[in-house]
Write a new protein. Sequence first.
Length: 412
Amino acid sequence: MIGYLSALDGLADSFGIGRSGFTVEALTRSALDGARRPDFCDRSFEEPLRLLLECYVREADLNVFGRFAAKWDVARCLTNLLRLDEEEEHNSAILDEPITRPIFITGSPRSGTTFLHTLLAQDPSIALPRCWQTIFPYPAKGKKRDTRRQTVARQLSFFQRLAPEMAALHPLTADSPQECTEITSQVFQSLRFETTHHIPSYQKWIDTTGHLAAYRFHKRFLQHLQHQQGARRWILKCPDHVHALNAIETVYPDCGFVFVHRDPLRVIASAAKLTEVIRRPFARSVDKHEIGRQAVGRTLEGAQTMVTRSRTTPRERLFHIHYAELVRDPMAIVESLYANFGVEMTVEGRQRIRAFLDRSHQTATNHYSFEEFGLDPHALSMQFASYMNHFDVLRESPAWKTQDPARAAIAA
């Protein structure tokens, strides 16, 4: 499939296909025309969108499929924004929906956060965003049936054919609980974009600007979902939440956090591989060493933040989970999490989680080389020694066995 896309890219370049209409003005005008609305209620999304589009052109090295996919993604997000505007005009009570004491799961990438969130998704008393809801928060107007699940399932199936390795790395269905970067991407202020594309200028901008506006929209989005399905306790998940803790607390002052810990040396190469697999269908070239540096930088930043936050955040608002304990006794971890945050464990919730665990089968763990992404495991062990020691994280990687004890003590 990738070979077919490369041939198509060459043909499209010969005819100049896929390069027009890649501007804020063209895309917003098209969205407004399609929705038959005069304007957006809030145009604060324009600055990040303009920068994102410029980075797509200058830095991302998009192939023709990548350009069409980027346009489709932007058009979908703009259409969703207009639909939220319209629904609020019809019913202003949507923005009065209280999002009370939400819980945010975060931690190192590939540390078991998805497994934990999937477990919690079995409990009908818990609210969490499903993949189909984050792609299309409202049913299409004028249709007798709500076909969002089926539409998203087809889209995921198509991407699976483009990137067959995704099934082993990060299996996703239309009904899977989805990460919150998909929500914040709809105002074009999301770390999701740096995963899907090489856009360092956008990455620098979002690090400088911060995430407050994105999480204000995040709350607005949850209010729309809650208005449709009823109020329950929200549990959200994304490894990237760790980079936005201050913004989250500003928007949700009564929130709680779950930090999931795992040996970074065990998962960094896997995180880098996932980024490569996601980017490859959209780009003419992929720089694995750049991806490796990005994965290390974000993981190290998150590890340092978790160490700092563990010293300042009250225990009743912060719950720590170790990957090794999660896989050994997941039911006990879920029960402890519920108890920590005062979430009631219902009989039905417990039964459904246990039934899911009974159906689940352990699969072989994927292994990826550090060298493929230009990484030195011994250097990484020095960088992460402080984090590992602070949280007493199980050392899974063989690289720890060959670390110089004297240098490790200095790093700690």
